[in-house]
Design a protein around this ligand. Structure first.
Ligand SMILES: Cc1cn([C@H]2C[C@H](O)[C@@H](COP(=O)(O)OP(=O)(O)O[C@H]3O[C@H](C)C(=O)[C@H](O)[C@H]3O)O2)c(=O)[nH]c1=O
Length: 185
């Protein structure tokens, strides 16, 4: 049921175009298959599956990642509405360090994005009541949670809509400049 696996410039990041079976009853699609995704998963296993619904158009969530050793790969699919999904490479040894990639995920386009360990994730709801399913390869670890600000001037992510409805936690995430200082201690 996987139509196309696309490697991105950001190492170990992918876009997966999935197929969907439609008939007079409606639609069926496979969200995740350990065998089909084995080339990406390698030694990893899915440990947790999460769901989020974002009710207000323009809301932005992110940019989040879990620090090692709780770092995780995320497989994300939009099952209702649409989002503008962003990953930011926060791996200092990566050739695409501090570069970002955006992909529109929607109920209609059957697209999954794969975000590797060490990359932060965020998204903007392009429609009200947008819903995402996340497959995580690590358990949630509150103490390992980290992130950078969605409106960081150095990243200059060009969100399609005015950034809206940030959580208090997300509004207080550090800039990349502050994150780099904390990184170097
Ligand atoms: C991820 C997670 C969160 N939580 C708790 C922590 C908070 O009390 C509450 C909401 O978490 P948070 O505010 O981090 O939710 P989002 O801001 O939507 O973050 C999510 O969206 C961004 C864009 C991501 O990439 C994260 O992986 C994902 O956590 O659920 C749990 O109890 N278990 C979990 O696995």
């Amino acid at each position: 049921m996987t139509k196309q696996l696309i490697s991105l410039d950001i190492p170990d990041a992918f876009v997966i175009k999935q197929t969907s079976f439609t008939d007079q009853r409606g639609q069926f699609s496979r969200l995740f298959c350990q065998k089909t995704l084995a080339p990406i998963l390698a030694h990893r296993e899915v440990k947790q599956v999460n769901f989020s619904r974002t009710t207000i158009q323009g809301t932005v969530r992110g940019l989040h990642y879990q620090r090692s050793p709780e770092a995780e790969m995320k497989f994300i699919r939009c099952i209702q509405g649409s989002v503008w999904d962003v990953m930011v490479d926060l791996r200092p040894d990566s050739p695409t360090f501090l570069q970002w990639h955006a992909e529109e995920l929607s109920q209609e386009n059957n697209t999954m994005i794969v975000i590797p360990e060490g990359c932060a994730h965020g998204f903007q709801a392009l429609a009200a009541e947008s819903e995402l399913i996340y497959f995580h390869t690590a358990f949630y670890a509150e103490m390992a949670e980290a992130g950078v600000h969605v409106q960081d001037p150095d990243l200059a992510i060009d969100w399609p809509l005015p950034v809206n409805n940030l959580s208090i936690r997300d509004a207080e995430l550090p800039t990349v400049e502050k994150w780099l200082k904390d990184l170097s201690g």
